[in-house]
Write a protein that binds this ligand. Structure first.
Ligand code: ZN
Length: 189
């Protein structure tokens, strides 16, 4: 089922997600709905907060973005990012590695807002999968960026927080308008 994507101005986007103790049928259904929602919005990643649930859960699929390559290492061996997709990260923990890179980013909770965001170029990730098993990998390129963007969501951090001061100032009117529209909608006005 395609769920409505929560937009900026909804307080749940600022909530840190609760750790998932057990992968229940409800969580599996939520993951299926999150993939459907992300695909229908042509997104690369979606965090639980963006469908109204504050949980340590995100889904990612970079296969739609051919023009922005991803890199992947599993057990220190290069691996094919495409065959690693779609990706479900439960209770992810990340460690940034590699030099900082400034590259374009958008967010389904901020329609029509894009900016270059500085982040470490690669990230080491440990998470659980849908079977509750722990797994680890190292990602760079678009996948590395997507993981960092989504894990930020799980901690209530948004990409506007990481914009440089110029981008933040340039986008302030749009961000304010989005926040007002979301609040008005929530109040049923
Ligand atoms: Zn986002």
């Amino acid at each position: 089922m395609v769920l409505p994507v929560v937009k900026f101005g909804d307080p749940i986007l600022r909530r840190r997600g609760d750790r998932i103790a057990e992968v229940t049928p409800e969580i599996r259904q939520l993951v299926a709905d999150m993939f459907e929602t992300m695909e229908s919005a042509n997104g690369v990643g979606l965090a639980a907060q963006q469908i109204g649930r504050a949980l340590q859960l995100t889904v990612i699929d970079v296969r739609g973005s051919k023009e922005r390559p991803s890199t992947l290492w599993i057990d220190n061996q290069p691996a094919n990012p495409e065959s690693f997709m779609p990706l479900v990260l439960i209770n992810p923990v990340i460690k940034p590695v590699g030099p900082q890179l400034k590259e374009p980013e958008g967010c389904l909770s901020f329609p029509e807002i894009y900016a270059d965001i500085q982040r470490p170029g690669e990230v080491e990730v440990t998470a659980q999968n849908l079977r509750g098993e722990s797994f680890s990998f190292r990602a760079g390129g678009l996948l590395g960026r997507a993981v960092q963007h989504e894990v930020d969501h799980l901690n209530g951090i948004l990409f506007i927080d990481r914009m440089d001061s110029t981008a933040r100032r340039d986008w302030q009117p749009e961000v304010d308008a989005l926040q007002s529209a979301t609040k008005a909608k929530r109040n049923g006005r």
